[in-house]
Structures are given as C-alpha cells and as structure tokens.
Design a protein around this ligand. Structure first.
Ligand code: CIR
Length: 266
C-alpha cells in the first residue's frame, strides 16, 4: 500500500489562495464535445458551477467569478486559457480555433496579478494538458496541444527553475482527463496510461476500468475534489485517508469537462 502524505498541494511551491472561474454561457450546449452523454442543461450547469465556486470558497480560496463570454460556449472551461505559476502567467493558444478568443479575454484579468507571456502559433496548448506536480510539469501532447506549444511553455518554465516532460495523451481530450495529482508524488490514473515511461517516477493509483473519468480530480491544498458517481474510486481514495469533497459535474462532463477545467488556481 502506498503511504500518502496528505496536506500537499498539486503546486508544492505555494499554497493556493485564489481561483478564477467564469459562469457558463446560455449556449453552452454549442460547445465542443467528443462524448455522447446528452445535451447539457443550462440551468443545471449554472447550479453545478455555483456549487463548484462554493466548494472552492469553503477551502478558503478567494474566487473571482467572471461573466459569461458572449459567443464562446466553452469559455467556462477557463483552465484551458492559461498556466499560472507563482512567478508568471502563460496565456495559451488553445488548440481549438473556436476557443482562441478566450485566451485574449483572460490576459487582462491575469495581468493584474502576474507578468504574462503568450504561447503563439504554430504552437497550440490547452491548460487541460498541463499538470504541475511540485516543480515538475507534465505537458500532454494531445489533439489540442502540439509539440511546439509544449516547448514554448517548457522553455518559459525552465527560466523559473521548473522541469517538464512531454507526455502522449493516449485517450480522452486532455492529459488531465486521465491523470491527476492526488498527493505528493502520487498520481491517480486510468489504467491505460499507468505504464507510460514519462510517469515512471510517480506512485500511481489506478482507477477501476468502469470508472475511467474518475481519474480527473482536483487537489486544492489539503483537499481532493472528486466527481460524483464513481463509488469504487471513492472507496479507494477514502481508504488512503484523503480529505475528499465530492461534486456533481454531470453537465460539464457532457461537454468533455472535468473538475480542473472550471478554474484557474494560483
Ligand atoms: C472543449 O472541448 O474544449 C471543451 N468542451 C471542454 C474543455 C475541457 N477542459 C479541460 O478539461 N481543461
């Protein structure tokens, strides 16, 4: 059995104190999705988003809630627009053309707190492909993030003393659809990615084959947020003694979203 060190944040360099979120747009069902889980309800999505914001606040984060971004049905998946470290905010160039304007909209918001730099074409990068594990970043190469985008981010991170490695995204939309950091040096992963060479230095907890989406969790300081509806994973994580908050994000999942995608944390 793996011995976990609870009370560890995904970002080991600092406690998280703030989050930025964006309310869902009325036309969220027009966003991109690869799944056939049905059409999301705007009303329910709004309620779930509110519960998510409340959960972040209950963990003592100061949460900024931005207004919906007209014309951008995926804009509440705000994580994809930036990667934030204590030193810098890297504004992404999202891999989906329909989402590029979201990055322009987030830059002035983050510029209030950080120096900003941008990933630029031909590089593309989605924040959902970037997992910070202490001072090492895993950057997924996916349908959305290409090698050039990963290198641009990697070069910036290196300037601040971080290390990084590209990781192939074997299934799902983003790296964080299948991999999350649940404690120091410990990943929760889908079985398919567990054997990846790039993840060899981590302890790994593998989710049940029937609960693949459960690998997408969000670590906030001493607490782990997990999506509801995955009882086997819940039991596994409870047995490890983690502090858990379970949230229903059914409407976000219909549009390929997970718990991380609805906020930028720093
Ligand atoms: C998209 O396809 O871009 C959105 N419908 C979902 C983005 C989810 N983002 C994330 O998990 N970081």
């Amino acid at each position: 059995m793996i011995e976990l060190r609870p009370g560890i944040t995904e970002d080991r360099t600092a406690m998280l104190t703030r989050a930025i979120t964006r309310e869902p747009n009325e036309n969220l069902a027009e966003g991109l999705t690869t799944l056939q889980l049905g059409t999301p309800s705007f009303e329910l999505a709004k309620r779930q988003h509110k519960q998510y914001v409340r959960a972040l606040e209950s963990l003592d984060l100061i949460v900024t809630v931005l207004d919906p971004l007209p014309g951008y049905p995926d804009a509440h998946f705000v994580e994809d627009t930036a990667v934030i470290t204590p030193e810098i905010a890297v504004i992404t160039n999202p891999g989906a053309a329909s989402r590029r304007g979201e990055a322009d909209a987030i830059e002035p918001v983050l510029a209030k707190d950080r120096e900003t730099v941008r990933v630029s074409a031909p590089g593309t990068l989605d924040g959902g492909d970037v997992l910070m594990t202490g001072r090492h970043f895993l950057i997924g190469l996916s349908q959305r993030t290409n090698k050039e985008g990963a290198f641009q981010l990697g070069r910036t991170l290196e300037q601040y003393g971080y290390t990084w490695a590209p990781v192939p995204v074997l299934e799902g939309l983003h790296l964080k659809s299948n991999v999350s950091c649940i404690a120091e040096n410990t990943l929760l992963v889908d079985g398919k990615v567990a054997g990846l060479h790039e993840l060899r230095q981590y302890d790994k907890i593998i989710v049940d084959e029937r609960e693949k989406s459960a690998a997408s969790t969000l670590l906030i300081n001493e607490w782990l947020m997990i999506p509801s509806g995955f009882p086997r994973t819940r039991r596994k994580l409870d047995a490890l003694g983690l502090n858990i908050i379970e949230l229903d994000i059914s409407e976000m999942r219909k549009m390929d979203g997970g718990l991380t995608c609805m906020s930028l944390r720093f």
